[in-house]
Design a protein around this ligand. Structure first.
Ligand code: FES
Ligand code: FES
Length: 207
């Protein structure tokens, strides 16, 4: 891969010095210095590294946000795409409704699990197909806490799921180019890379 190009929290990124075997998580923390995204297990189990990408694979006419595990992704997988981290949610000094709900319901816990929780809940905010309690449980089940409880978090997610606030994120969603976005959905509210993306990855690694 010659030059990494993508949007990070709506800022265009061009980086010619990143090895293609760098994980998105390490890129965010070590290169972009966005340390809100945490490393817990580094193998896709804990959700501490959850960030959000735009996805047009399910419905190219209506791209939508997907929570992904940054520890499982290499940077070529975000080439030409849009990535959002917990640092990108607050706009003009105003908390995103997901963050506000976490504050209101006292769902904010430690700095390790909370950023990932917020990003999974962020996806739920824009999902209109999560109506049943078990669906919201499913959406959040990839984010683990090792020490306290989940009830305040679930109350916060209940507050915001499907509310789709009219803010800049809707505009970004409308502007997303389907060709940029090839992410598909697997089970348990998680998103994994489609084979087409893996082909692109290995091509990039071979360059
Ligand atoms: Fe645990 Fe990525 S660090 S899922
Ligand atoms: Fe964050 Fe338990 S892991 S509060």
């Amino acid at each position: 891969m010659s030059i990494l190009r993508f949007h990070l929290n709506d800022r265009p990124i061009e980086d010619a010095e990143v090895p293609p075997t760098t994980t998105l998580l390490n890129y965010l923390r070590q290169r972009a210095h966005l340390t809100g995204t945490k490393e817990g297990c580094a193998e896709g189990d804990c959700g501490a590294c959850t960030v959000v990408m735009l996805d047009a694979e399910t419905d190219p006419a209506a791209p939508r946000f997907r929570a992904v595990n940054a520890c499982l992704m290499f940077v070529p997988m975000v080439q030409g795409r849009r990535v959002y981290t917990v640092e990108g949610l607050r706009k003009n000094g105003t908390l995103h409704p997901v963050q506000a709900a976490m504050v209101e319901r006292l769902g904010s816990q430690c700095g390790y699990c909370t950023p990932g929780v917020v990003m999974s809940a962020f996806e739920a905010c824009y999902r209109e197909d999560l109506r049943e309690p078990w669906q919201l449980d499913d959406q959040m089940c990839g984010n683990l806490c090792r020490c306290t409880g989940y009830r305040p978090i679930r109350e916060a997610v209940d507050l915001v799921a499907g509310t789709c606030p009219e803010d800049c994120f809707k505009k970004q969603r409308a502007e997303a180019q389907p060709a940029e976005l090839e992410f598909g959905r697997a089970s348990a509210g998680r998103c994994y890379v489609q084979p087409t993306s893996l082909v692109a990855l290995w091509q990039a690694l071979a360059e």
